[in-house]
Design a protein around this ligand. Structure first.
Ligand code: NAG
Ligand code: NAG
Ligand code: NAG
Length: 312
C-alpha cells in the first residue's frame, strides 16, 4: 500500500473535474478511446462494469481482480480503470477478467456521494463491512466475503488480491494462467525469494498481488484457522493459513516476472529493472513511477494522430 502526500480534499478537487471530463469524453466519443462498447453509456453496462471486462463467449477461466484501496483515492482509481480497460480493449483474451476496487466502510459525506457516482457509472466497487485497515483483517474480510457476495453468480476460477500501487499486464498474466490447474492454486511472487532473507512464517506470496483458486477462497471463508488469526501482515498471514492447513499444493512462483520497481535502489531477487516478460510491477507509488512503467511497456504507442492534439 502507499500513502498519498496530498490531502484527500485536494485530490478530490483535482480528481472530480478530471474524472467528469474524462467520463464525458469517453461517453460521447468512445470509439476514439478504442474501448469496448460496454463503455458507451455510463451506468448501462451489466456485469461487465465500465468495460473493464473482456468476455469471450467461452472463456477458459474467470478471474476476479480485487484491488485493495481506500475510498478517497479517486485519482488512482481513475488511472487504474484506464490502465486495465485499455488492456482489455483488444477483446481477444482467453479469459474473462473482472477488475474491482475493494475497500472498507465509507467515512465521510463526500465519499458517500463520490463513490456512489462511481458505482453508478462503473459498477466496479466492493465495499466490505469493516473499518479501514491494512493488516488488521481486511484481506481476510475480502476473501471470506466473496462466496456470499457472488452467491448464485457464475463462479470465478481464480481470485486475485492486489494493491493500488501494482500494475498487472493482463495478457502476460492470462497467458501464464492458462496451463495452470484450477484448484488448490496459490500464485504470485514467493517470499522469501532468497535464502538470506528470514521471515518467521515462510513461504508466502508477496502482497503485491497473488491469486487463489476459488476452492481456497471458499476454504478461507469457512476456516477457523483463518477466522481466528487475522491480525498480521496480510500477505504473510494468507500463506500462514494455507501452510498450517496443508493447503495450496499447487504453488507458482513468478520471479523474475513479478517484482518491485527498482528506481535507484539496489537490485534484489524481488526488486529489479523492468523486463520485457513482466507480469506485474509493484511499488508504483506515485505518478512518476507509473509514467516510467507505462513508457517502458509502450502503453501509449497506440495513440492515434490527430490535428486536435499534439503529444511528444
Ligand atoms: C458489520 O460489522 C459489524 C461490526 O463487526 C456487525 O455488528 C454487523 O452485524 C455487520 N453487518 C453486516 C451486514 O454484516
Ligand atoms: C459499516 O457500515 C454498515 C452500514 O452503514 C454498518 O452497519 C456497519 O456496522 C459498519 N461496520 C463497521 C465495522 O464499521
Ligand atoms: C517497446 O517498443 C520498442 C520499439 O518498438 C521495442 O523495441 C520494445 O521491445 C517494446 N517494449 C516492450 C516491453 O514491448
Amino acid at each position: 500500500m502507499f500513502a498519498w502526500k496530498q490531502s484527500p480534499s485536494c485530490i478530490a478537487l483535482l480528481a472530480l473535474p478530471l474524472a467528469l471530463f474524462a467520463l464525458a469524453t469517453v461517453v460521447f466519443y468512445p470509439r476514439d478511446f478504442g474501448l469496448p462498447l460496454t463503455f458507451t453509456s455510463c451506468g448501462s453496462s451489466s456485469s461487465s462494469a465500465g468495460g473493464i471486462s473482456a468476455a469471450p463467449v467461452q472463456p477458459e477461466f474467470r478471474l476476479l481482480v480485487g484491488i485493495i484501496t481506500r475510498p478517497e483515492y479517486y485519482e488512482r482509481r481513475h488511472l487504474l480503470r484506464m490502465v486495465y480497460s485499455l488492456q482489455q480493449s483488444d477483446n481477444n483474451f482467453a479469459a474473462h477478467v473482472d477488475v474491482r476496487f475493494v475497500f472498507c466502510n465509507l467515512s465521510t459525506e463526500e465519499q458517500a456521494v463520490f463513490v456512489a457516482l462511481e458505482i453508478m457509472c462503473y459498477d466496479d466497487i466492493i465495499i466490505l463491512n469493516c473499518t479501514e485497515n491494512m493488516d488488521n483483517g481486511k484481506t481476510y474480510n475480502y476473501f471470506s466475503s466473496l462466496p456470499t457476495l457472488f452467491d448464485g453468480d457464475a463462479k470465478y476460477d481464480y481470485v486475485m488480491k492486489t494493491d493500488d500501487d501494482a500494475f498487472f499486464r493482463l495478457p502476460s498474466l492470462i497467458e501464464s494462467l492458462r496451463d495452470k490447474p484450477r484448484s488448490d492454486v496459490y500464485y504470485g511472487l514467493q517470499m522469501p525469494c532468497d535464502k538470506e532473507n528470514f521471515f518467521p512464517f515462510p513461504p508466502f506470496m508477496s502482497g503485491m498481488g497473488y491469486i487463489l483458486s476459488w476452492d481456497l477462497v471458499e476454504w478461507i471463508a469457512t476456516s477457523e484457522t483463518a477466522r481466528e488469526d487475522t491480525t498480521g501482515p496480510e500477505d504473510m498471514w494468507t500463506g500462514r493459513w494455507l501452510n498450517m492447513a496443508g493447503r495450496a499444493s499447487n504453488r507458482f512462483d513468478n520471479a523474475p516476472a513479478m517484482y518491485d520497481y527498482r528506481g535507484t535502489s539496489p537490485a534484489t531477487c524481488f526488486r529489479h529493472d523492468f523486463v520485457p516478460e513482466t507480469i506485474a510491477v509493484h511499488h508504483l507509488i506515485d505518478n512518476a513511477r507509473w509514467t516510467d512503467a507505462l513508457t517502458y511497456f509502450n502503453f501509449t504507442k497506440g495513440l492515434k494522430s490527430s490535428k486536435q492534439y499534439h503529444i511528444p
